[in-house]
Design a protein around this ligand. Structure first.
Ligand SMILES: Cc1ncc(COP(=O)(O)O)c(C=O)c1O
Length: 444
């Protein structure tokens, strides 16, 4: 049961009291604490360093969508590599406790489970934007007739710059070659029927659909399978930037079938600032040795890589897109994080996330304050853990006051505070305290 509400001059949908009753949430700290006691994943919070305020109390950290917290085990895993390097030198490539040569292979099964892919389809390498370019070298092959790329209107700037520069690199004009999937005038969310319309009108010219999924600004999660089928039906290839999706929702990449996906590991995957990215190429492309790609020695057949004299012989998996031998210290941080994800399991994390973000939504609705408008979809199948709060008159000072009140969230121009309770370490009490502090600030 959903009601239509008008605020900020915009129309959005709001849960009614009846639906809230169905969720049986309660607006009290004791209820939030009860949820924490019943939470089977509650103990994972202890596995993280929580940033403290000046009195030594944990801050309310709701910013895992930007930079995830540090697992306590990260230090130990990085120190292990530092020790092995100190004692073994170059021999560490084969003799370290976790030999560096195949180090990324220790991470692959867990990363593959996290994104619903086969192990041959997933590799950890480079940064996100670098991987996006490598993917477009292979999967954006424009011709005079089919050269356009579709991104969502409010795509993350790096994605937009990357696709614009690829269009230009191939000799086309980005003003003509870049198409936007836009929400209806005055609204924030993209609708599938508008993408279908765009493809019906211009699909013959579209070479690639490349979407940020989950969208960094609105928190909207787009249907991967439906979009992939739509793109393929019109002869386009389809890729996703899962920076805000991985560790947040289950993208089921193999079954949903996009051609490629890229992501970072420093947000929900808690692997440290600037840590390495992940990359998925669907197995249907692995056997194609003629695929255009930028090559490096780490993508060459492992059996003959060190013979040094061979022509490039690509590994018949996504690993053939690797260029360089990877930074082990960053990989060690990813290992610590993936250990936790594997123990928690994405299904259990998603189940908690639905309840935790549902509770956040309920408490925000209870505020009933026209200065705050949730622009993230109310439909839980279209969102992860993040809620984007549009602030009336783009009043950024509210975000600054929240920070002063030891709530760590982030502000995104022009007018949104993003809050993301991460199910791995956030509690129901965190969510309660956040909304309680927000209420206090709005009452001033
Ligand atoms: C959706 C999205 N795409 C791309 C990037 C850029 O990532 P990187 O700096 O790792 O290339 C980010 C960074 O926050 C992002 O959120």
């Amino acid at each position: 049961m959903v009601a239509t509400v008008i605020a900020h001059g915009r129309i959005y949908r709001k849960q009614t009291k009846r639906q809230i009753a169905l969720n049986s949430f309660e607006n009290s700290l004791s209820y939030a604490q009860q949820c924490d006691r019943e939470d089977p994943l509650a103990s994972f919070r202890e596995a993280f360093h929580l940033p403290k305020d000046d009195r030594g109390n944990p801050q309310i950290y709701l910013c895992g969508n930007s930079l995830g917290l540090q697992p306590k085990q990260t230090k130990e895993f990085i120190e292990q590599e530092l020790q092995d390097w100190a004692t073994l030198g170059v021999e560490g490539h084969t003799e370290a406790r976790k030999p560096w040569m195949p180090y990324h292979e220790f991470l692959t099964p867990r990363m593959a489970r996290l994104v619903g892919a086969k192990e041959s389809e997933v590799v950890i390498m480079n940064g996100l934007t670098a991987n996006l370019h490598l993917m477009m070298i292979s999967f954006y092959r424009p011709t005079a007739d089919r050269y356009k790329i579709i991104i969502e209107k409010d795509a993350f700037p790096s994605d937009k710059y990357a696709v614009q520069s690829q269009i230009k690199h191939h000799g086309f004009d980005p003003d003509d070659g870049l198409l936007f999937w836009s929400p209806p005038e005055g609204e924030e969310l993209c609708r599938m029927q508008d993408l279908e319309l765009l493809m019906a009108e211009q699909g013959e010219q579209v070479a690639l659909i490349m979407l940020g999924n989950t969208n960094y600004y609105s928190g909207q999660f787009y249907p991967i399978e439906a979009i992939t089928q739509l793109g393929h039906m019109h002869g386009a290839l389809v890729g996703f930037d899962l920076a805000h999706g991985v560790g947040n929702i289950q993208p089921n990449l193999h079954d949903n079938g996009p051609d490629f996906a890229v992501w970072c590991t420093y947000k929900y995957l808690n692997s440290g600032p600037g840590s390495l990215g992940g990359c998925f190429v669907h197995q249907r492309h692995h056997q194609n040795k003629d695929i255009h790609r930028f090559a490096g020695w780490w993508g060459h057949n492992k059996d003959t890589r060190f013979n040094m004299r061979h022509d490039f012989d690509p590994i018949p998996t996504v690993e053939s897109w690797q260029l360089s031998n990877p930074p082990i210290l960053s990989m060690a941080a990813i290992r610590a994080s993936l250990d936790l994800f594997d123990k928690a399991g994405m299904d259990r994390l998603r189940a908690k996330s639905l309840k935790l973000t549902g509770y956040l939504e309920y408490l925000l609705d209870e505020l009933n304050d026209a200065r705050i408008n949730i622009i993230t979809p109310r439909d839980t199948s279209q969102r992860g853990c993040q809620l984007s709060l549009q602030v009336l008159n783009a009043d950024r000072s509210l975000h600054e006051q929240l920070t002063a009140a030891h709530v760590i969230s982030d502000w995104r121009e022009p007018d949104v505070i993003r809050v993301a309770p991460a199910p791995l370490y956030n509690s129901f009490a965190d969510v309660y305290h956040f909304v309680d502090r927000l209420k206090g600030l709005l009452a001033r």
